[in-house]
Design a protein. Structure first.
Length: 67
């Protein structure tokens, strides 16, 4: 099971940034580095929607409120 370690504000920021990076990909899809927008957008959206970040887990960081 996935443990949530990304708080509400962090999740919102990740989703917004992910959508912005996707928009950047479609705006400049002919650029040689446009795939970075696609990968970054996907990572931002996935971690934002799931509420779990692998890097946070590895470092023992959580932005969730204490229960």
């Amino acid at each position: 099971m996935i443990t949530r370690n990304v708080g509400k504000m962090d999740r919102s920021a990740r989703i917004v940034l992910g959508l912005a990076l996707f928009a950047g990909y479609f705006a400049s899809s002919d650029s040689s580095y446009s795939w970075l927008y696609l990968v970054g957008g996907a990572i931002g959206l996935i971690t934002g929607v799931l509420g779990s970040c692998g890097i946070y887990s590895a470092l023992g960081i959580t932005t969730c409120r204490a229960k």
